[in-house]
Design a protein around this ligand. Structure first.
Ligand SMILES: [Zn+2]
Length: 222
């Protein structure tokens, strides 16, 4: 049973890990090489270029059809970055339309904008699942996301005692979460170990849960 790292910015080659490398349009557009290597592609709110966003989105769309691409994103809304919210919303909406076309889930970057993200999701009426990555928000926000049928991905924040992530990764329904390393140097094995401990299950049981969720959502995989 493999470990699955659904969101990473590091290219890794480990036969025990299925990892999804995040291709950042406008920042790092190189694709991972190798058979066990998959990727997601998106225009992150930090790298939206006001003058070039249309061609940036064309790149996203083109790569979205690649068969090693298993998800769209990270994309989303970020209240603390320089790109205007109206432009971010337009770009985000476009990602959802691409995701619907290629039938691949969307990895969400959210900074203080979950209401707006869920609003755009509702407006576009897509039936593609959203995964709120690096989740470390409170129970109230988790409830909003759960209610809309979306998913969570927990990363290195679970290592911090008392963090939202370390609490919520214990109670989020088994069918609704994934794990990731994102930018951190912590290995996915360590993240599994911590979460298995917190949920009071074995690493093997945790692997089974995540593989099951992965097969359900990442339907283009293999
Ligand atoms: Zn990331």
């Amino acid at each position: 049973m493999p470990f699955i790292d659904i969101h990473t910015h590091h290219q890794k080659h480990d036969s025990e890990v299925i990892s999804i490398f995040n291709v950042l349009i406008g920042k790092n557009e190189s694709l991972p090489i190798g058979d066990n290597q998959y990727f997601s592609v998106g225009l992150h709110p930090w790298f939206i270029d006001e003058k070039k966003f249309k061609s940036q989105l064309e790149k996203v769309e083109k790569l979205a059809y690649n068969h090693h691409c298993v998800a769209i994103g990270e994309t989303g809304l970020d209240r603390l970055t320089k790109a205007q919210m109206s432009l971010q919303q337009k770009v985000f909406e476009h990602h959802l339309i691409i995701a619907q076309k290629v039938s691949k889930p969307v990895i969400i970057h959210n900074v203080k904008a979950q209401n707006e993200i869920l609003e755009v999701y509702k407006k576009t009426k897509i039936d593609i699942p959203l995964i709120f990555h690096g989740f470390n928000n409170n129970q109230h926000i988790a409830n909003l996301i759960l209610k809309r049928g979306c998913y969570f991905s927990f990363g290195h924040a679970v290592l911090k005692n008392g963090s939202n992530a370390s609490r919520l990764c214990q109670t989020i329904p088994a069918s609704r979460f994934f794990l990731e390393t994102d930018e951190s140097e912590t290995s996915i094995n360590t993240i599994y170990e911590i979460v298995a401990n917190l949920r009071n299950i074995t690493i093997e049981q945790l692997k089974e849960i995540i593989v099951e969720n992965f097969k359900n959502i990442f339907t283009s995989w293999k």
